[in-house]
Design a protein around this ligand. Structure first.
Ligand code: WTA
Length: 681
């Protein structure tokens, strides 16, 4: 990785002058003024923004109520309760009725460069209305939850907007999760209907979504939860190209049509579900606080949490952050590479852009297929002006060398966004200097599934940026840094990153478990929402998020809990104890490093290691698979029996500076751990 940039990382990068001229927020003075209003008069600030949207019943009464202090009773957040609206109406009908039906909403770009399609706002509206009727005829009612386990295809947009239209709650499960993980989410969310596809190609790997869904549905049935309907998009046969290396794949002589098991009482093709439905569909008018979706995120106990977002506050917040963080203008072509299965896809592929009537690219493939030029090709193909991706992708692309980037024009680019994990200054600079030719603004947006939208971010026309810093809070967001005792750190310093009051897009609860919501986010420090991240504030008031300080790891921007991986490993009968920590990784940011103690007399064989990797892939997902498995004759524990992860993190990195070991019960365990350390970590 480039190291000749040392001087440059300390520089401050001013907003590009041309961008600043036409920007929605074009100076720090303007930022300060808007920010101050958003904090001092939230009702005026958000009330003005609310006027852009359609309200069946306008906001009346208290615009905003909350309690963030666990010592004062139940934690709750409400925005505009009593107002009535509908998300799909605001994303679609509103634009079509204003005469913009012919505008392209999405350029769909398939895994194969030859596969592409375009969808206008009017077409999308029509498809959403029809599918809404299909869902209603399958018995889906207001407040029912629907699981979506789908590839990045237009039907995913249609399905999520159709759920929103009829007041159903979508629960999207990323298409890379295993059947076990899918089953857990279907069960926890009480979903009786699952929407999936036959399969999808990601690069030259075929993912058999229907097979995985079938297995998940069986697991649900075995646990007493019948899934009544599975609606299947027939995606593979409509693709143009056979992936050339298909014959080389294990079991790869399979043709386009993945032969799927079919349960005729339960399974139904998407097209058949649309048979005979009406083209008209009145939206379900819902309360501002009606649930819009749940999305599962890893929890430090290992059991994923269904983060629940509601309608109006989320709508205002994602629309506003999209507009300001990317300085969106109608002539833009916007591309966010995230999968809709993650929060970034919910807020900044679907809802934020559509609420702003953006024209976006929706991408099914990966940055490296068919070659490492793909990102830059797609940017030039659609003249993308605002681009949003993750540090892990930036670092991987950086490794391919500058030439791969430079042989493409990229003249259309104006703003380059980053999200998902701390971006190291070298990667930030490469993004700025090579991808952006030093003329684009780089916005490092910090946020979480829980926050709904960006909470700390530069604004491209206003904020002078520093490589590696997410800069300043977004409107309405009041960050603070606390020490271990909960004392606030004023001025420069480092501590727990917390927020003092709610903004409209913050989550409202953990689905089915409000107590867990309160305990996870509000019990550590009374009066604050606790992110679980650490951060530093510099002399200019800039925030530098340093990463998770709880038992979570962030692998390529995917949040995983150590407990979740440990519980998969411990299922193996030969394992007696295990501890998982994060180790630094040059592309993924962090990787999964496991310490494993085997049962007495069991050898530490390659076969056992393979079985353990398989366990994690099956229980969670391939992206969670351990990078390093090391044999641990014993684990470092405190006298009260708590595993000292801090020490294990050091051992994983080969760092002998172990700090204070006074609480360690048996110092004899340390040396053998260094001896068995995995080479290369
Ligand atoms: C990390 C993704 C530093 C952080 C939107 C957070 C970041 C977790 C950044 C949430 C960033 C996300 N700088 N760290 N710009 N963006 N993170 O829920 O640790 O998948 O708590 O939401 O990702 O991950 P999640």
């Amino acid at each position: 990785m480039a190291t000749h940039v040392e001087g440059l990382v300390d520089e401050v990068y001013l907003p590009p002058a041309e961008l600043a001229r036409g920007a929605h927020c074009s100076s720090m003075e303007q930022y300060e003024q808007l920010y101050k209003q958003s904090i001092d008069e939230p009702e005026t600030f958000w009330g003005e923004i609310a006027k852009q949207f359609y309200w069946r019943q306008p906001p009346t009464g208290a615009f905003h109520e909350f309690n963030f202090d666990a010592s004062k009773g139940r934690i709750f957040v409400e925005w505009m309760k009593g107002a009535q609206t509908n998300m799909s109406y605001n994303c679609l009908d509103r634009h079509v009725e204003a005469g913009h039906g012919d505008q392209v909403a999405f350029y769909w770009e398939g895994n194969e460069p030859a596969d592409s399609a375009r969808l206008t706002y009017a077409e999308l509206l029509q498809r959403v209305k029809r599918f809404s009727n299909a869902l209603r005829s399958l018995g889906v009612r207001r407040s029912d939850s629907v699981a979506l386990y789908m590839p990045m295809v237009p039907e995913l947009l249609v399905a999520m907007l159709a759920c929103a239209r009829i007041g159903a709650v979508h629960s999207i499960v990323f298409g890379g999760y295993s059947s076990d993980a899918l089953a857990d989410r279907i069960l926890d969310g009480h979903c009786r209907l699952v929407i999936t596809a036959d399969g999808v190609w990601r690069g030259n790997k075929l993912i058999k979504l229907k097979h995985i869904t079938d297995h998940a549905v069986e697991l649900c049935a075995a646990r007493g939860h019948p899934v009544e309907r599975v609606v299947v998009v027939r995606h593979l046969p409509r693709l143009h190209h056979l992936v050339p290396s298909v014959g080389d794949q294990p079991g790869g002589s399979e043709p386009y049509n993945v032969k799927t098991g079919w349960n005729s009482g339960r399974d139904m093709w998407w097209d058949d579900a649309l048979e005979g439905v009406s083209d008209e569909c009145e939206p379900e008018w819902v309360d501002a606080e009606h649930p819009l979706f749940m999305l599962y995120t890893s929890g430090s106990t290992g059991k994923p949490k269904g983060v629940l977002h509601t309608t109006a506050g989320y709508m205002l917040y994602v629309a506003t952050t999209f507009k300001y963080s990317f300085d969106f203008h109608p002539e833009d072509v916007y591309w966010c590479t995230a999968d809709i299965g993650w929060i970034t896809g919910h807020s900044y592929v679907t809802y934020g852009p559509m609420l702003n009537r953006a024209t976006s690219v929706m991408f099914e493939g990966t940055p490296f297929y068919p070659t490492g030029d793909r990102m830059w090709e797609v940017i030039d193909k659609y003249a993308v002006s605002k681009f949003y991706t993750a540090p892990t992708a930036i670092r991987a692309l950086m490794r391919l060398g500058d030439e791969t980037v430079k042989r493409h024009s990229r003249q259309s680019l104006k703003v380059l966004g980053s999200v998902g994990e701390p971006i190291n200054p070298e990667a930030w600079l490469w993004y700025h200097r090579v991808v952006g030719d030093a003329r684009c603004a780089v916005v490092d947006t910090f946020w979480q599934t829980e926050t709904g939208g960006h909470v700390i971010t530069p604004l491209p026309g206003a904020t002078p940026t520093k490589p590696g810093s997410a800069c300043r809070p977004f409107f309405g967001v009041q960050p603070a840094l606390l020490d271990e005792q909960g004392e606030e750190i004023h001025g420069p310093g480092e501590g727990y990153l917390v927020f003092r009051r709610p903004w409209p897009g913050i989550m409202r609860t953990v689905f089915g478990n409000h107590e867990r919501f309160e305990t996870t986010y509000f019990k550590k420090f009374n009066g604050f929402y606790c992110t679980g991240d650490g951060a530093r504030r510099d002399e200019d008031g800039y925030i530098w998020v340093t990463g998770r300080i709880d038992d979570m790891l962030n692998v390529s921007g995917h949040l995983l809990s150590t407990a979740q991986i440990e519980s998969a490993l411990i299922e193996h009968p030969d394992v007696s104890e295990t501890a998982v920590v994060a180790a630094p990784h040059s592309v993924k940011g962090e990787c999964v490093y496991c310490f494993v103690t085997t049962r007495h007399g069991v050898a530490w064989t390659e076969q056992l290691q393979k079985q353990l990797i398989l366990k994690v892939r099956e229980r969670i997902a391939p992206f969670a698979a351990p990078d390093y498995l090391q044999y641990a004759p014993g684990l470092p524990k405190t006298r009260s029996g708590k595993i000292m992860r801090r020490v294990l993190r050091k051992i994983a990195q080969g760092d002998r500076d172990l700090g204070d070991l006074s609480t360690l019960a048996d110092p004899g365990v340390i040396e053998p751990l260094f001896e068995h350390r995995c080479a290369g970590a």
